[in-house]
Write a protein that binds this ligand. Sequence first.
Ligand code: FPP
Length: 250
Amino acid sequence: MSTDDSIKVSPLPKGLNRLRMPDHIAVIMDGNGRWAKAKGLPRTMGHTAGVESLKNTLNLCSKWGIGALTVYAFSTENWSRPSDEVNFLMTLFESVLKRELNSLKLKEVKINFLGDLDPLPIALKDLINESVESTAKNKGIHFNVCTNYGGRRELVLAAQKLAERSVKGELDPSLIDENIFASELFTASETDPDLLIRTSGEKRISNFLLWQLAYAEIHVTDVLWPDFNADALIKALLDYQSRRRRFGGV
Ligand code: FPP
């Protein structure tokens, strides 16, 4: 449900049960390159088209009262792509953020960027800081953009931070439990995703939210990310609502 009762929630499409909506959705937005190739376009056009799907998905999730949307925008492995494509993506993130920030603020979206942001271009980092700070108090959907994010790296960084605190005598290692561990992750203030959606048919987690997805329901669709629309999101939600979540119980 929405994080604040004052945020207006629209009626749900027919067939969806308000009481069984996921609170947090994570998305691996895959298939931009294939979408462009199928249309005889450069791969980069697939990313540009993917931005529209992302805007649409965020708006729908916000409208339907979902508490958080976390998307995989750029992985630690994506640096190995041709430099032209990497540069295009960095410029795209910057221009989209610049263009959309006002509208995100008006919609009460609270934006956050998860990952090691240090290696990003300085202009993008500045804009990220401005976006995060200026939306920090917003009461609407949490929109988390995983950028230079890798699940294994996140776990190693968390282990390092806990080890440092232990060495300094601030933390008794025998007291480290799942809550303390999770508090050192990029997602510290967020609940775990209930639903993971992956587009373009690949059945992999690809180093995304390795800790946080422990009990998520997984929906894989063949739809390529730029074609992911309201119908595809409703299908994912209906699939989610058809599952019986047992969290390891019977
Ligand atoms: C995966 O498709 C997609 C990406 C690596 C980039 C996703 C980025 C966006 C949709 C833009 C988001 C914008 C902001 C501001 C957050 P792929 O290139 O791996 O596709 P392929 O598997 O078909 O080659």
